[in-house]
Ligand binder design. Structure first.
Ligand SMILES: Cc1cc2nc3c(=O)[nH]c(=O)nc-3n(C[C@H](O)[C@H](O)[C@H](O)COP(=O)(O)O)c2cc1C
Length: 420
């Protein structure tokens, strides 16, 4: 137990009032982690409320769900929840209540993968332009088709529809997944978006898609419903989304009325979000969080609440970042996959006994990509959802083999179910 003075000084325990007037009970937020716990026909299962009940019991203020797909023809991986209609409302209500009944807010992260979808899973993939991934990822993802203007309008409407369903089910808010190389971030990138119509050709036109998604969600959910976005500070890719463009996007979204901006960075081609390829400066490592420097600039540019995710590990590191004033919420991913009770310790002023480590398989080409990190930690989520203890010593190679097998089987089952 930490002493009373430490708890009093613990900025993590302070509540946060959001622009819509609702209050988060503290400064700890779970960042989105794809659970892949839906059925293979992409419906919610009872494992999701069970997992979130466990997290909410830890005292955390905000739970952001793993990415929920807005179109079942466009999945990011087997076992994604796809939300298009009211068929899942009873289980969605249980999912929302698993958090809200215990005093936490729960926001649903909404996503469209664009071309970032494993080979064979979808009949075809859409993207702003018909540009395939570079050679490192081309083996994982099929080359996409260029989306027509009508398909773009349909996707925008679907973001709004899914958000309205989330609201109806009792979710406290939604978050647009605008980071990590998925569709919204493909539109923002000059490398991936080489359109010459009104959706591309200049930074302003590339921003139109995310602003249209935000406006449609707002239209379909009403003026008071919290809408956030997870955005890259940059793609860390030659010719990709730059820091300056990210700052302009944040300014435009703030002006449009967004309620929360979560700052991350990188893509699966340059996975800075998990620190996998970033050549970190010593000062960044000392401050734990990978994107704090960018958050400081964003703080100077907008008054919208900011959340920073990536690299936070210790109570002292999180408090130092909050004290610096650049962020309002501390985002946690892998630590919560390893230790769902970590928020209880952090709110007491103590550290989790578990340590996030870099996961390796010994296969260089695999270890350079964030896919391995995600696979290993996702297996921990599955253990927790199934009532098992986490396994911090699981080998990277074993997790890789298990994930490849599960993904292959999941892709086969998804395609079969879709065909039947
Ligand atoms: C298993 C796993 C799944 C993830 N899925 C998502 C996701 O669905 N949406 C998203 O925005 N980020 C996703 N991420 C990235 C995390 O939200 C977070 O940005 C990243 O893990 C860095 O934070 P950390 O250092 O606290 O782990 C995922 C990460 C992991 C480990």
């Amino acid at each position: 137990m930490a002493d009373a003075a430490a708890v009093q000084d613990n900025l993590l325990a302070q509540p946060l009032r959001l622009p819509n007037g609702s209050v988060l009970r503290n400064r700890l937020a779970k960042s989105a982690m794809s659970e892949a716990l839906a059925s293979y026909d992409n419906h919610v299962t009872p494992l999701l409320p069970r997992l979130y009940r466990r997290w909410a019991a830890s005292g955390i203020g905000l739970l952001i769900t793993g990415n929920v797909m807005i179109d079942r023809r466009a999945l990011g991986e087997p076992g994604n929840v796809a939300l298009e209609d009211e068929s899942d409302l009873p289980l969605l209500r249980q999912w929302a209540e698993s958090a809200t009944a215990q005093g936490a807010q729960i926001w649903m992260q909404l996503n469209h993968p664009g071309k970032q979808s494993p080979k064979g899973l979808n009949a075809f993939n859409l993207a702003p332009s018909a540009i395939p991934f570079g050679k490192e990822l081309a083996g994982f993802f099929d080359a996409p088709r260029e989306a027509t203007p009508a398909q773009i309008e349909d996707i925008i409407a679907r973001f709004g529809r899914a958000a309205a369903l989330a609201r109806k089910a009792g979710f406290s808010g939604v978050q647009i997944h605008g980071a990590h190389g998925y569709l919204v971030s493909q539109f923002l990138s000059a490398h991936h978006n080489q359109r010459s119509d009104e959706w591309g050709g200049s930074a302003e036109k590339r921003r139109r898609f995310v602003l249209a998604v935000y406006a449609e969600i707002r239209r379909q959910t009403g003026p008071d419903f919290p809408i956030g976005i997870k955005l890259n500070s940059a793609d860390f890719q030659k010719g990709g989304f730059t820091e300056e463009e990210s700052m302009e996007t944040i300014r435009a979204l703030a002006q449009a009325g967004i309620d929360l901006v979560e700052i991350s960075g990188g893509t699966y081609e340059a996975p800075a979000m998990t620190g996998t390829t970033q050549t970190q400066k010593a000062s960044t490592a000392a401050r734990e969080a990978y994107f704090l420097g960018f958050a400081e600039k964003a703080r100077a540019a907008v008054s919208t609440p900011l959340m920073v995710t990536g690299g936070f590990r210790s109570c002292a590191g999180m408090n130092a970042a909050l004290r610096g004033g650049a962020l309002d919420l501390v985002g946690l991913g892998r630590l919560l996959a390893l230790d769902p009770d970590a928020p209880a310790a952090l709110l007491r002023g103590a550290d989790s006994p578990y340590q996030v480590r870099t996961i390796t398989t010994g296969i260089k080409a695999v270890d350079r990509m964030a896919l391995m990190e995600v696979a290993w930690y996702a297996r921990q989520l599955h253990r927790i959802a199934n009532g098992k203890k986490q396994n911090p010593n699981e080998s990277g190679l074993w997790a890789l083999l298990g994930t490849v097998a599960a993904s292959g089987w999941g892709t086969f089952r998804t395609r079969r179910l879709r065909a039947s």
